[in-house]
Every structure is written in structure tokens, then in C-alpha cells.
Write a protein that binds this ligand. Structure first.
Ligand code: SF4
Length: 310
């Protein structure tokens, strides 16, 4: 008799403390100020979450100038450049800052580097909201953005002056280690942040997927196409040679992927609500009713950040 399908959920996945905080801030702001409530940029990069908030009267905008006079605006978890705060203040808007404290930490490091005249190499995805925000804290003349090895090869820095690097919080741990090694090879005196800028949530989710990849023959990652940390989970599993798919919702899951597999690992990015993962499990177990489902305890069950001032 063949063993029934085993479904294993990544021990640490789904909302991180930064995302829970940002969503908590929007909930409280809606309660206190009602709708329409303006949120600059998608509060987190997940389509289902955005649709749920739009239903509740949240209006997502990209520029503070889109907020009408007297409006209330929430700044997303990804963080913003100083000019954005300045614009909101100049317009007398009431703003709520839902920037994740771990992104704020990178902003502080960036400011320190620029204060000391350190040429700063920012490692991250060009055009990603977090990197755009962090860039604003680095003196323009000292700022260099790199995304890959080619960018590092093309870098021309003044080696007679100090050089440092900082990273986006949601990068691939292994790819970033490779890029940092390349930077160190080219600029041996380069300094980094006191502690890795890749946040614990990113690290824990990639570690959990690595663990699944050790014994699963299929991995399904829940996450929206523009979610940086979710895409890194897919890459992590793929780099370990496991057939992997990323899906935005359970509707995108093709149950045929499961055919002939013995262990299906399921994970989700830091911006993904639990109900999407539950729906994926239900869709698979509807076809494989004998499947066993297991999940170990999350490494982050006690981690909470304090909410911003509403
Ligand atoms: S992924 Fe990391 S940096 Fe981003 S919100 Fe979560 S804890 Fe903060």
C-alpha cells in the first residue's frame, strides 16, 4: 500500500511582526478616523490584503499630493524617504507611520554612513519601495545602488575614501552573501552594518523553506508576484532543486502539480494572510482526503512590535 500524501507547512511563515503592526495601524486608524483613509503605497505587498482594505474604505495612493487637505494618511511598512515626511508636514496632514522598525534601523545606518562621509553601496531591488525609501537617507553623492554581480563589476568607487554597504531587509540570504563577498573582494576595506540588514523574518522564512526542501518533492509558496520576500522563498526552494510554484491565491493552485508527489511543503511570504494558506491546504486535501498535515511551532510566536502613534 502506498503511503498517503504528506503536507508539511513551513514552521515560520505568513505575517511577520512588521506586517502585523502595519495592518494593526490601518485597522486602528480606520476605527478612529473612519473612511476614506489614505495609505501611501500598498500597505504590504499582497493583493488579497489590499482588496480587503479597499473594501473597508482605504484608498491607496502613491503620492502625498493625492491626499486631500485634512485627510489622514498611513505610510506603508516599506518605509519612506525624508522628503515624504516633510511634504506631509508642510501640508499639515495627519500621518501615521507604519514603517517597520527594522527598516527604520537601516535608515538610521544610512544616515550614520552619510554623516561620516562613507560611500554607501545599497544592495537591493531597484525600484522596490523599501530601497527607494532607504535611498532618501543616503547623501546623493555617496549613494550607489547594486542589484547583481554585473552592477558590482561596473562600480567605480574612490578607494582613498571610506566605503560601506547596506541591504534591503527582504533579500535572499545566500544571494546577498555572494554579493557582499564580491564587494569585499573588490573593496577589501568595505564596512557593513553592525548586524545584517536582512531581517529575522526573511531569514526565518528562508530557513524554514530550506528545511522543507530537504524532504519535500514539491513546494508551494503563497505570495503576490510583487512581494520581494515571497519570491525569495520560491528561489530558495528552486536553488535546492525542488519543483516549486508561487501562487497569489488558492485559485492559482493546479492540483495536478501534486500528482505522484509524496510530500508537499507549503510556505507563505511575510505579507500573506493565513486564510490563503488554509485554502491551499483545503484544495489539496479535497482531492487527497487521506493526506496528513503537519506544522511545527513558529519561531516568531512571541515577537511583537509596538504600534505607531495613531
Ligand atoms: S519582512 Fe522584515 S522588514 Fe519587512 S515588515 Fe517584516 S519584519 Fe519588517
Amino acid at each position: 500500500m502506498t503511503k498517503p500524501l504528506h503536507i508539511e507547512l513551513a514552521h515560520t511563515q505568513g505575517f511577520c511582526a512588521g506586517v502585523s503592526n502595519a495592518l494593526g495601524a490601518v485597522d486602528l486608524a480606520l476605527e478612529k478616523y473612519g473612511s476614506p483613509l489614505y495609505v501611501r503605497h500598498h500597505i504590504v505587498h499582497n493583493n488579497a490584503v489590499i482588496a480587503e482594505y479597499e473594501q473597508k474604505g482605504v484608498v491607496f495612493i502613491e503620492n502625498v499630493s493625492d491626499v486631500p487637505d485634512g485627510g489622514v494618511v498611513v505610510f506603508s511598512a516599506h518605509g519612506i524617504a525624508p522628503e515624504v515626511y516633510a511634504e506631509a508636514k508642510a501640508r499639515g496632514l495627519h500621518y501615521i507611520d507604519a514603517t517597520c522598525p527594522l527598516v527604520t534601523k537601516v535608515h538610521r545606518e544610512a544616515m550614520q554612513f552619510s554623516k561620516k562621509g562613507i560611500q554607501t553601496v545599497l544592495i537591493g531591488h531597484k525600484g522596490h519601495q523599501e530601497l527607494i525609501g532607504t535611498s532618501g537617507y543616503v547623501n546623493e553623492e555617496l549613494r550607489f545602488i547594486v542589484e547583481n554581480e554585473e552592477d558590482i563589476d561596473a562600480l567605480v568607487l574612490d578607494v582613498s575614501q571610506p566605503i560601506g554597504y547596506l541591504t534591503q531587509t527582504t533579500l535572499s540570504v545566500s544571494d546577498t552573501a555572494r554579493l557582499i563577498a564580491r564587494l569585499k573582494e573588490k573593496y577589501p576595506n568595505i564596512v557593513g552594518p553592525p548586524k545584517s540588514d536582512i531581517c529575522f523574518a526573511t531569514q526565518n522564512r528562508q530557513d524554514a523553506v530550506t528545511e522543507l526542501a530537504g524532504h519535500c518533492d514539491l513546494i508551494v509558496v503563497c505570495g503576490s508576484p510583487h512581494s520581494s520576500n515571497s519570491n525569495r522563498l520560491k528561489e530558495t526552494a528552486e536553488q535546492l532543486g525542488v519543483e516549486t510554484y508561487i501562487i497569489d491565491t488558492a485559485a492559482e493552485l493546479d492540483v495536478d502539480w501534486v500528482s505522484g508527489k509524496s510530500c508537499v511543503g507549503i510556505s507563505s511570504g511575510a505579507s500573506v494572510p493565513q486564510h490563503i494558506v488554509d485554502a491551499v491546504v483545503q484544495k489539496i486535501t479535497a482531492v487527497y482526503p487521506d493526506a496528513t498535515v503537519a506544522r511545527k511551532e513558529s519561531l516568531e510566536k512571541h515577537i511583537r512590535f509596538s504600534l505607531p502613534k495613531i
